[in-house]
Design a binder for this molecule. Structure first.
Ligand code: FAD
Length: 596
């Protein structure tokens, strides 16, 4: 089995759970069929195995270097980038006439999963570039599109998103980078940005920074923020390059993981000559950037899920081959040792990983399916549901992916702690995910303070309708009756808690209601993943229940057991969380900073 992903699992999710082939009935995707979808997955798997996975550890050991003039990365990164670009994956989602493949988001997400598992830090460059290109495509002028997009799609130019500043991270409304209008209609950008991924590198000819800045005289807060294209090299309309723009690399940051992706501090306009080009309307920068960020948030969820998935498969392989110890009932010291996969505690750790990572992958594919439904106009409500779920899609995998990697290390014992095995790198890489693209805490405020109540709570109703449909189908199956009953009980707890928090918010008790929002995010994540486990179990019975093939029966049994594990072992935690939330527990709120 590939150590990047379980192909049978991916195909099951795509074709049985999320009905990928139905998408080919939509006019936009009518040129596709199962063969083209499988072809794209095979190409992605091959490029990921051949050009991304082999240098994952090397890129971690040999971080990019900056000699004061130039950044250098190991050559394998550029080679992988080129193969990715040549495959057409940089513009896979775009229309045929723009050089794209008109690939549904669902398939694109599945293709990306291979790269995230193989080498998340090298995959960072193309994924950021695609996201930046999508913003220009959606909001840029015709001239901007013509100047930059063909070269971003072909791999000549890369893209970045430059929001964070040394003193402004979560609170983007406070950002201070300035944009001064120039006589030629462009702007002169001045300020410093920090942590910018891919902000400098030696992989592409040019870098297209998307920079948030405040036009001189604009109001404070988010309404004063605009979005600018700031190329590293001045770029003519035909894509030819002029001299360097006034964007300087102030330094590289050295990190615990994701070490193959450069993390940069960038100075804009040290010589007062940094040219920036306004995207769309002034003051709408954050709104435009949210397009990139929402896409990036789902991408972060996928990255976290897949690094978790990789660790799971590595630890599973190790556990199947490592003989150690005997069963507690075995008294004969000469008896053959068991492979550790036979020990109940090791099975517990593998089951937990399986339930987190396969559940997380299902969640990310659900988000992609909703994108497709929204874009196709197949279901106008899908966008509302996607909006509600985005903080969960970003956060559940980001929180439970590193937990899965922690368990993978534990399964390997001492070997897991050494650099001889990849699981410690998985953990270090994955630890970024609850931090960037809006921290865990910020996502929880977004969910409880905003997303739940948008459109008069319609997102919640849409979610419940889908959950009820799964419950209805699962209730008819004997193997799932215990699980559906207990899921329903915990779901009621979630609904009551949500109502109590909503009432508190309505009556102006904002701090009390939002104080424990991180608990709520976790609760909601568990309910959504519990639902997806029921859905997977239900569909697995439908698909494989009558099959005589041994691997089908094992796959089905594995799905049922992981659903059991998640619903029996993990889901009940929400009862305690609900008590703290609905009781407005003030232990953290009333803690005085001076008491620490
Ligand atoms: C490896 C890496 C890559 C990155 N790539 C990029 C990139 O490409 N482009 C880019 O623009 N940025 C990037 N970032 C920046 C990243 O998005 C920020 O680090 C993140 O938004 C958090 O900001 P901060 O680090 O300033 O932390 P802070 O905002 O200072 O937050 C610190 C802690 O305080 C909490 N906190 C802050 N405000 C609140 C609040 N109101 N309520 C409750 N808790 C709060 C946070 O949840 C967090 O736990 C990257 C960061 C890293 C580490």
């Amino acid at each position: 089995m590939s150590k990047l992903i379980n192909q049978k699992d991916l195909e099951f999710l795509l074709y049985q759970v999320f009905q990928a082939e139905q998408l080919t009935e939509l006019p936009h995707y009518s040129e596709h069929d199962r063969t083209t979808f499988d072809g794209i997955l095979n190409t992605s798997s091959r490029i990921a195995e051949d050009y991304f996975a082999p240098h994952n550890a090397k890129a971690d050991e040999h971080e990019p270097q900056f000699d004061g003039e130039k950044v250098s990365t190991i050559p394998e990164v550029k080679e992988a980038w080129q193969h990715f670009a040549d495959s057409g994956l940089l513009c896979a989602r775009h229309r045929y006439e723009d050089g794209g493949m008109q690939l549904p988001s669902l398939l694109h997400m599945a293709a990306n999963a291979y790269f995230m598992s193989a080498n998340p830090s090298t995959a960072g460059y193309p994924f950021l570039t695609s996201a930046a290109a999508n913003v220009i495509h959606a909001f840029g002028s015709d001239e901007q599109k013509a100047t930059f997009l063909p070269h971003m799609f072909s791999g000549r130019f890369a893209g970045t998103m430059a929001l964070t500043e040394p003193d402004v991270g979560s609170s983007l409304g406070d950002l201070t980078t300035r944009a001064l209008p120039a006589d030629d209609g462009s702007y002169r950008i001045k300020g410093q940005k920090m942590y910018i991924s891919g902000g400098d590198q030696d992989i592409t000819e040019n870098i297209v920074h998307l920079v948030l800045a405040r036009i001189q005289g604009a109001p404070q807060g988010v309404k004063g923020i605009s979005l600018f294209i700031v190329p590293k090299f001045h770029t003519s309309a035909d894509g030819s390059l002029g001299p360097r723009n006034d964007v300087q690399l102030a330094g590289l940051l050295h990190k615990m993981g994701y070490r193959g992706t450069t993390s940069t501090v960038l100075s804009f306009g040290e010589k007062d000559d940094c040219h920036g080009y306004l995207i769309g309307e002034a003051g709408k920068g954050l709104m435009y950037m949210f397009k990139m960020m929402n896409e990036a948030r789902i991408g972060v969820g996928l990255g976290a899920a897949m690094i978790g998935y990789r660790g799971y498969l590595e630890s599973l392989d190790y556990a199947r081959n490592r003989p150690q110890g005997r069963s507690p009932a075995e008294k004969d010291p000469l008896s053959k040792p068991l492979n550790i996969v036979e020990h109940t505690d090791v099975k517990r750790m593998l089951l937990a990983q399986k339930s987190y990572v396969e559940g997380s992958l299902a969640l990310c594919l659900l988000a992609a399916r909703l994108v497709d439904e929204q874009e196709a106009g197949e279901n106008a409500d899908s966008g509302i549901l996607l909006d509600l779920l985005t903080p969960v899609v970003k956060s559940f995998p980001s929180y439970y992916g590193p937990r899965a990697n922690d368990l993978a290390i534990q399964v390997l014992g001492g070997a897991g702690y050494t650099r001889e095995y990849p699981v410690e790198q998985c953990y270090r890489d994955n630890r970024l995910n609850p931090i960037h693209e809006g921290t865990h805490g910020i996502q929880s405020l977004d969910l409880l303070g905003r997303k739940l109540w948008q459109h008069n709570g319609k997102g919640q109703q849409l979610l419940m309708a889908r959950v009820q449909a799964t419950l209805k189908s699962a209730q008819g199956k004997e193997q799932l009756s215990e699980l559906t009953a207990s899921y329903q009980k915990h779901l009621n707890t979630l609904l009551q808690t949500t109502m109590a928090l909503g009432k508190a918010l309505q009556s102006g008790q904002v701090s009390a209601a939002l104080g424990n929002s991180a608990l709520y995010l976790d609760m909601m994540g568990k309910m959504v993943i519990g639902w997806l486990w029921l859905e997977m179990a239900d569909k697995a019975i439908d698909t494989f229940g009558a099959s005589a093939a041994e691997d089908d029966q094992q796959f089905l049994a594995g799905k049922l057991q992981a659903a059991r594990y998640f619903i029996r072992w993990e889901l009940p935690e929400i009862e305690h969380q609900a008590k703290l939330l609905a009781g407005f527990d003030d232990t953290c709120t009333t803690m005085n900073p001076d008491w620490f």
